[in-house]
Design a binder for this molecule. Structure first.
Ligand code: MEV
Length: 313
């Protein structure tokens, strides 16, 4: 029997990095998915096939010896096999529509889809159980992960996230999002470490920025609830300025944001920064002009995913 599950990509509308230090973030799951297919096999092997490559290892290989690219998925596999006292090995296939290393949550979505798919071989997990396991898996490669990305990929929709929990905003948004990819690959954990250094070097400035970001997020929540696109866009631009101050934007991202200054409601980098993608707020009236303005980059309009992780057995 095969167990198949998929999870969506995400964008952070507000609050990346500051969320690591206890702030609030607003995230939105988008309609690009990663699918994990798993199957028990009569061997002592865990095998993973994905676009990132293939690995085949003894099922009890110490996790620290496993290539970091595959470690979270192998962690999930080992944990589930142990939990259900299974003698079997596992064959796992991963297919992704989400570009990796560009801030769209590909590794979180992979952890979520793997947790759901592999658990599903034994018992249907709840979304809460899936999230818990996916976050543990993600932390095998990124210890300080706030959990925001995994929560968004698990529950879908537009959500408010704090480390204490999630709240679906149940909005009926009148906007669309455009994502443009700088194609500069980043390492989230490295950028997060750099921000930690910034915080240690400039504690007062960082603390003030955290306060400003918190206030911005409360105002953005009001604007989102009111579907006030002009205001949401302005808040995104202010959030981009905060991210510039902690030095996670770069010239390419800044110039991409500038390109849509006169067409879209607002724009900012999304995710860890230092490369990756920008997210741009538009509606029907300015979508085409915005896509035209970004034509030198890979860019696409997205729809909001309201489903989150999904099992297909
Ligand atoms: C990465 O998508 C978001 C960060 O805030 C890290 C995290 O929340 O774990 C940069």
């Amino acid at each position: 029997m095969k167990s198949i599950a998929s999870a969506p990509a995400k964008v952070i509308l507000f609050g990346e990095h500051f969320i690591v230090y206890g702030g609030k973030a607003i995230l939105c799951a988008i309609d690009k998915r990663i699918t994990v297919e798993s199957e028990l096999v009569n061997s002592g092997i865990i095998q993973v096939n994905s676009t990132l490559g293939t690995i085949s290892i003894p099922k009890d290989e110490p996790i620290k010896n496993v290539d970091a690219k595959f470690r979270p998925v192998v962690f999930v596999a080992q944990k589930i096999l142990k939990r259900f006292n299974s003698e079997s090995g596992l064959k796992i296939a991963i297919r992704s529509e989400i570009p990796s290393g560009v801030g769209l949550g590909s590794s979180s979505a992979c952890c979520v889809a793997a947790a759901s798919s592999i658990s599903g071989l034994f018992a249907k997990p709840s979304k809460e159980e899936t999230l818990k396991l996916a976050l543990e898996a993600e932390k095998t490669v990124f210890e300080n992960a706030s959990g925001a990305d995994t929560a968004s990929c698990t529950f879908g929709g537009i959500m408010e996230y704090t480390k204490q929990g999630t709240k679906n905003l149940n909005l009926a948004p009148k906007f669309q999002l455009v994502i443009a990819n700088s194609k500069i690959i980043h390492s989230t954990s490295k950028v997060v470490s750099r921000v930690k250094q910034f915080k240690e070097k400039h504690p007062d400035e960082f603390s003030l920025l955290c306060q400003n970001e918190s206030a911005l997020i409360e105002e953005s929540l009001e604007a989102l609830k009111a579907n006030d696109l002009k205001k949401i866009g302005e808040k995104m631009n202010v959030n981009q300025a905060h991210l510039q101050k902690i030095d996670v934007s770069n010239q390419t991202l800044d110039s991409m944001v500038q390109l849509v200054k006169n067409t879209a409601y607002g724009a900012k980098l999304t995710g860890a920064g230092d490369g990756g993608c920008i997210v741009v707020l538009v509606d029907e009236s300015n979508l085409k002009n915005t896509l035209d303005a970004l034509s030198e980059y890979e860019c696409f309009a997205t729809k909001i995913d309201t489903v989150g992780v999904e099992q297909k057995v």
